[in-house]
Design a protein around this ligand. Structure first.
Ligand SMILES: CC(C)(COP(=O)(O)OP(=O)(O)OC[C@H]1O[C@@H](n2cnc3c(N)ncnc32)[C@H](O)[C@@H]1OP(=O)(O)O)[C@@H](O)C(=O)NCCC(=O)NCCS
Length: 223
């Protein structure tokens, strides 16, 4: 589980954990920038400074906002209703939730959840690790009562940062059913016409350099 913080200047960071300085044994907090920081993505800061009130007028330097964690498959019934209004397709809520018992992407994916500090789930995203360098992102949904507060955006930034922390050249692919504008903020671009296989969604790719091998097959078989 990782805690998401907002720095007093407005930028968001994900704390990965604490580390000891090898010479002084002073604890340091290790954290990832959730935006395109030209200097670096990964930062450390003495933990007493990370936790202090070094913001304006004695406010917190970093304010905890939410937590992110991988979701076990048997916990996902709590978050599946978040997508019912978009993907219910005339079914009852129970029929919709039950349909995931045999849904290939649901079963093979690793879902993440953004929770508030009390542990209530706010937004969820599924990840499909097709190859070591290529991950499909799917099923981004926010609890209908908590939309338009930036939760899906923070979850997307955090999951992409975590996977790129693990694999720096990770390429991401997704099919957007809500147009391309929303996903451009995460570095996604519309894939070339050769990669567009479905009428109801736009294939999009975010890569740090060259698109990953196997991309076309993945985009065809994604649904
Ligand atoms: C799309 C969704 C995940 C956004 O969640 P959220 O937590 O409200 O998102 P945020 O607050 O981080 O960001 C809101 C942005 O999403 C955009 N957005 C939401 N629904 C949208 C839609 N149907 N079409 C286009 N953009 C949409 C908003 O315009 C807003 O953009 P802005 O930041 O430029 O104003 C949420 O509306 C949802 O769960 N929808 C149902 C499932 C779905 O359609 N998922 C996307 C599948 S590709």
């Amino acid at each position: 589980m990782w805690t998401l913080y907002q720095h007093h200047k407005g930028m968001h960071y994900l704390a990965l954990g604490k580390s000891l300085h090898s010479e002084t044994f002073e604890p340091h907090t290790v954290y990832l920038a959730l935006y395109d920081n030209p200097r670096n993505d990964l930062w450390i800061r003495p933990s007493n400074m990370f936790d202090d009130n070094g913001g304006p007028r004695g406010s917190k330097r970093f304010t905890p906002l939410a937590r992110i964690r991988p979701l076990a498959l048997d916990e996902s019934t709590n978050v599946l209703p978040f997508g019912f209004d978009a993907w219910g397709a005339g079914r009852t809520l129970n029929e919709f939730v039950d349909s995931y018992a045999t849904n290939k992407n649901h079963l093979r994916g690793q879902r993440y959840v953004l929770e508030n500090l009390e542990g209530a789930p706010l937004a969820t995203l599924n990840t499909l690790r097709f190859t070591p360098e290529l991950t499909g992102l799917a099923w981004l949904a926010t609890h209908p009562e908590h939309r338009k507060q930036g939760h899906a955006t923070l979850l997307m930034f955090a999951v992409m940062a975590l996977l790129r922390f693990e694999q720096s050249d990770m390429c991401f692919a997704l099919h957007s059913e809500i147009g391309i504008r929303y996903y451009e903020r995460f570095g996604f671009e519309k894939a070339s016409v050769d990669h567009q296989h479905f009428e109801k969604s736009v294939a999009m790719v975010a890569s740090t350099g060259q698109a990953a091998a196997g991309l076309d097959a993945v985009l065809k078989e994604f649904f």
